[in-house]
Design a binder for this molecule. Structure first.
Ligand code: ARG
Length: 262
């Protein structure tokens, strides 16, 4: 995670960002801290990356890389405003030689557009494209990580990253909002995950899919009341955290957490 110490909305690269509305920096930091504390209290180890001035979106640390079983596929951001974040993430992995870091050739926004299901079909990667990540990066990720990569086309600009439209609930189960995907990609998801928890537009707009799950607890935004109910009905324990300020940049819980799959 990376604290929102330099968080602002000074450019708009997704439909949620409104540069005319000021963010409450102190509030953003308090909310972020409550997410960090929630994860720690649930028994998780959280590393904190230093925020850098001039990188207002760095709080969305999920975009900085994608790791599977100790191999890290680095990010390459689509927009120049975020380009330098990739270097900060690479430096984190480079300080620990147990990670194998691979620099990308193609544009990809890390866990924003990649999800990993270790117990589905022997371990598969789900990958989004259509707004940020170049589909060429899907093939590149497959070569780097040695796992099948399933390409899914995102079609609604409000859900511009895969992690705004789909989430892993545990090692094999997913939840997603079907209409965020092309008809063909919906068909693919229905075939691979017949038992998925389906979200609706209100769930997705409340950033209810932008969740982090440890397989038991599902941490999600406070606005996502309906989604909380759905995951509870599916046997998980919802834990709500208020991240209203981070929503102004177009992100929530998942965007703020880069998962480290050592
Ligand atoms: N303002 C950021 C952007 O548009 C938000 C990133 C959200 N992160 C995520 N993992 N979806 O790039």
């Amino acid at each position: 995670m990376c604290p929102p110490e330099h968080f602002t909305v000074e450019y708009a690269i997704n439909p949620w960002m409104d540069t005319t509305v000021a963010v409450d920096a102190a509030r953003a930091l308090t909310q972020w801290e409550s997410l960090r504390t929630t994860l720690v209290n649930l028994g998780h180890l959280v590393h904190v990356l230093d925020a850098r001035p001039g990188l207002p979106d760095m709080v969305y640390s999920a975009n900085g890389a994608f790791s599977v079983d100790g191999t890290v596929y680095g990010a390459r951001f689509l927009y120049p405003q975020r380009a330098d974040e990739a270097t900060a993430h690479q430096a984190f992995y480079d300080t620990d030689s147990s990670w194998k870091f691979v620099a990308p050739v193609h544009v990809n926004e890390g866990e924003g557009d990649f999800a990993y299901l270790p117990a589905a079909y022997g371990g598969i990667v789900l990958a989004g494209y259509g707004f940020r990540t170049d589909p060429a990066a899907h093939a590149e990720a497959q070569e780097v990580l040695g796992r099948p990569v399933i390409s899914l086309r995102l079609v609604d600009p409000a859900f511009y990253h895969l992690d705004t439209a789909l989430a892993a609930l545990d090692d094999r189960h997913v939840t997603y909002y079907p209409a965020a995907f092309s008809a063909a990609s919906q068909r693919v998801l229905a075939q691979l995950f017949p038992d998925a928890v389906l979200a609706d537009r209100a769930d997705a707009e409340a950033f209810g899919l932008n969740l982090v799950s440890d397989g038991r607890h599902v941490i999600l935004n406070t606005d996502a009341v309906g989604m909380g109910r759905k995951v509870r009905d599916a046997g998980y324990q919802p834990v709500h955290v208020d991240l209203s300020e981070l929503k102004r940049g177009g992100g929530s819980v998942k965007c703020a957490v880069a998962e480290l799959r050592a």
